[in-house]
Each structure stands twice: as C-alpha cells, then as structure tokens.
Design a binder for this molecule. Structure first.
Ligand SMILES: C[S@@+](CC[C@H](N)C(=O)[O-])C[C@H]1O[C@@H](n2cnc3c(N)ncnc32)[C@H](O)[C@@H]1O
Length: 271
C-alpha cells in the first residue's frame, strides 16, 4: 500500500470514488470557497473548441461526476462522446447528468491504463484531475495517445504539488493531525512540475498553461466540511464536522482561512 492515499488502489477504487458523495461534497466545498481562478471545464472546452471540429469523437478519461463531460457535450457537439471511469457509480451520475441536459454519451467502465477502445478512434481526449491516481501516469498517457488519431488533441489537467499546503499547516496548528505537514503531496505522481515531461513521452506538447486558483473558507464549519473530504489527513477526533469546527475555532486565529492551488493544462497532439 502506498503512503499516498491518492495512489492506494484499494482506497481510490474501494472508498474515494465508490459512491458519488465524497467527490460531490469536496467539489461543492471547494467551489464555494473559490475566490479566483477560471472554471476548469470551461477552460478545457475552450482549448478544444479552437482545435476540434464539430462532429468529432471525444473521450473524457476519468470523467468523475461528468462536470467536464457535460461541458464538452454542450460546447463541442461531438458525434460521439465517450466517458471513461473505473467507478460505475460515477459513470451512473455522469449518464444521469448528460440525460438531464438532453445530451448523449457512452459510458465505459475501465482502468485508464488499458482502455478498451480501438487505436486512432478519437479526435480529442481529456484527462482532468485523474492521472495523479496512477503510480505510472506515462502508461495512461500512452494509452490516450494510442486512441487518438494522428493530429488528434489531448488536454491533460492537473494541480501543483503544493496545492492546499496552507491547510496542512492549519490542521497541524489546530492539533487535529500532528503529521499533516509531513505527508507527501496527493499530486506527487502527476503535477504541474512533471506534466510536460510525462506528456511529451507519447505526445507532442504544444503548450502548457498554469493558472493560480485562490480559496477563502469564510468560517470553521466550511473548512471542517472540506477537511473531512480529503484523505490526506488522519483526524481521529470524534464528533465529525461539528467537533472539527469547534476545535478550529478554539485553536486557530479567526477566519477567513485561505489556500491556493495552481491548475495546469497540457495541450498536446498525437504525432
Ligand atoms: C477527481 S475525479 C475526476 C473529475 C473529472 N475528471 C472532472 O474534471 O470533473 C478522479 C476520477 O478518476 C477516476 N480514476 C482513478 N483511477 C482510475 C483508473 N485507474 N482508471 C480509470 N479511472 C480512474 C476516479 O474513479 C474518479 O472518478
């Protein structure tokens, strides 16, 4: 088992993404805290709209709850949209969300290291915030490259190694987890700093763009809600979110609590 929970397959597939609740709670808490930074799904769709014609075949690898998938459906109007994920629960959510938006897509339950798709089938592929769950992200990028037609475009998205590091210090200072500042980054396998190098093994990288996102948790309950969705911390306090919020109020200076993350996009083509 890896000491990094994002690289522990039992935790990733058996716990973190088995249902849709934790990811929905985490996304909701982060979005509510965000004070600057573009909408990531919009940015991905904009990057691809400039390069991909209408009627394309588009893959969304590691689609999660389908937030990016929905945006790709709306913006690119693909002939075929294929959402791939290892979690059947999240694929069900993506299917439902597409259905509510009167959009169509095929759901494929698969490991992104072995995509059950033919060679050269896609005009475009996205892998957003998922390749950091792989101990060998270059293998997954090679699979994505295999599925792209020559000249087809990939957009690979990840975060910086130091994402949300300010929260490690707050959790440590509040006495909630004495080792919070010593743990590896959740993003250590695939991050802003190695994105270009890993993408360039199988693809021709056209550009890498970075954008800083800032977050502002206005009160202790909001921060406590977010902390319980991140597997980085070992918070043993009983009493759940309300008890964590009480501890934060007692032991930290008054809010807001702020943190940041850099979101990085590689735009690359299959040679
Ligand atoms: C943070 S979510 C992705 C969110 C989504 N791409 C978005 O931008 O809204 C990470 C996803 O990667 C998926 N995942 C992790 N490891 C995987 C693997 N080996 N193969 C396929 N999917 C995987 C998880 O099931 C989860 O849905």
């Amino acid at each position: 088992m890896s000491s990094n929970p994002f690289l522990d397959p039992t935790l990733v597939h058996g716990g973190l993404y088995r249902g849709n609740g934790r990811l929905a709670d985490r996304t909701h808490a982060l979005h509510r805290a965000k004070i600057s930074g573009s909408n990531v799904a919009d940015t991905i769709a904009n990057l691809l709209a400039a390069r991909v014609p209408r009627g394309a075949v588009v893959l969304d690898i590691g689609c999660g709850r389908g937030t990016t998938t929905l945006r790709l459906a709306d913006r690119l109007r693909p002939r075929q949209l294929v959402a791939v994920d290892a979690s059947t629960a999240l694929l069900d959510t993506t299917r439902d969300r597409l259905g509510h938006a009167s959009a169509r897509g095929s759901m494929v339950c698969s490991d992104f290291h072995h995509l059950p798709l033919p060679d050269k089938v896609a005009d475009a592929a996205v892998a957003a915030f998922c390749l950091y769950h792989s101990p060998t992200p270059a293998t997954a990028v090679a699979e994505i490259a295999r599925c792209l037609r020559p000249g087809g475009t990939a957009v690979l998205v990840t975060k910086s190694l130091d994402s949300y590091a300010e929260l490690d210090h707050l959790v440590h200072a509040a006495g909630l987890d004495p080792h919070a500042t010593n743990r590896p980054s959740l993003y250590e396998s695939f991050h802003s700093g190695n994105l270009h190098t890993i993408a360039a093994i199988s693809l021709t990288v056209l550009d890498v763009q970075h954008e800083d996102h800032f977050f502002h948790f206005a009160d202790a309950m909001h921060l406590a809600r977010y902390l319980t969705t991140t597997p980085k911390y070992r918070i043993t306090l009983t009493g759940g979110i309300p008890a964590i919020a009480v501890t934060l109020r007692q032991r930290l200076p008054a809010p807001p609590y702020t943190t940041q993350s850099t979101v990085s996009y590689a735009i690359a083509v299959r040679p």
